[in-house]
Design a protein around this ligand. Sequence first.
Ligand code: NAP
Ligand code: HSE
Length: 432
Amino acid sequence: MKQSIGIGLMGMGVVGGGVVDVLFDKEERLAKLIGAPLSLKRVLVRDVNKPRAVGLCDGMLTANADDILDNPDVDIVIEVMGGEQPALDYIMKSISLGKHVVTANKEVMAKHGAEILTHAREQGVQVLFEASVAGGTPIIAPLLRDLVTNDVISINGIINGTTNYILTKMAQEGQDFGVALSAAQELGYAESDPTNDVEGIDAAYKLAILSTLAFRARVSDADVYSEGITHLTAQDFRYASELGYAIKLLAIASKTDGAVHARVHPAMVRSDVMLAKVDGVLNAIEVQTDLAGRVLFHGRGAGDLPTTSAVLADVVNIARDVVGGAPPPPPPSLSDDVSISPISALETKYYMRLNVAERPGVFAQILKVLGDLDISIASAIQKETDDAARRAEIVLMTHRAKEASVQSALQAIGRLEVVNEIGSLIRVEEWD
Ligand code: NAP
Ligand code: HSE
């Protein structure tokens, strides 16, 4: 039986710092849970001379990954560096060398999850990645274990804490996008480069991982349609509120007739539905299944300690198997026989904000374009007429319409001489 479980930590930023803190603070508890102590062997960083909040003994930090990879005392590699490379190489090398891996890296898992899991199966090691989606909120283990007898019908969620924090501040306090983003960065919610958060890319990575596990199909980030939140303005939040809606960056996936449809984009949801009330950095994922019905996962989706909670749960699960000599449970088998349904196949309701010339006949021209494409208007309001500049803002809500028709209509409307600008197009999700 092993006397201790050796840990090699790759990355000591927001998440890695939390992992080190909790490894020390909860040392005894972890040892009891596992049946042997965890022993931190080396910590990989980019810059060993950078001041660190957490004190480590001399020689613990290294900038050379081989100090972890070639160390025979490292049983589990925790990868919390982020980015695609060199993280992918280090994960694959760890597996080749018979080391188990715990990662919080959604980019690597979304792009290379299938090959990583296949390699792990061949090498007889475990790769767990609970922290890669929804931070401290369990969702991957429940999908793989607790809901394993269910067919998943759909997933609807808020899975990026940074954007949910920003949208909440914009909606509730009228904050500018930039001010709210800076606060999210200071709080450690945003990725080092926040582009992935605000452009919907981080949420698309997470939705690819969830769709893969929920539908047992190879779904990569490239299969997920994604749009970010940078184009949303204060007016959109004001009009949405007047119409009885909230604006959220939603991650939505479903499987119908063998085709997976997965998308991330800002969406309007009625203010009284559950996801409309999920505010700040919180995440929420509603999984609809055939047996269990609707199951809701709700909690902190980012930050050092919530993410550490998920990372260390994976470490404990692997370490217990190592101590007990149990063979690694097989990773999920994934079907290749699944097609991806494009965003153009979507049918939903739409909100459009148009900046137009204030003169007779403008509405009629816009309505003609929409009518010709079989798009029916549910409500139309003219807003904020600027008499001096002879400009007006038109806010339209459509009935259910085809995405492909709406995109064609927008192009045609954008070409009308009376239209100055297409302010925004936001999909409207109508749920029970
Ligand atoms: P972070 O604060 O930027 O920390 C990254 C750490 O990795 C730093 O210690 C950095 O070293 C080290 N590192 C980066 N590239 C390296 C390289 N090429 N060689 C050696 N060391 C390298 O990132 P984070 O926020 O902790 O995120 C880590 C991972 O967790 C990412 O995959 C992220 O998506 C995921 N995640 C984060 C959160 C969150 O709330 N932050 C939540 C869930 C999942 P230096 O310290 O020397 O720069
Ligand atoms: N930047 C991510 C978020 C961290 O805001 O949700 C958690 O993955």
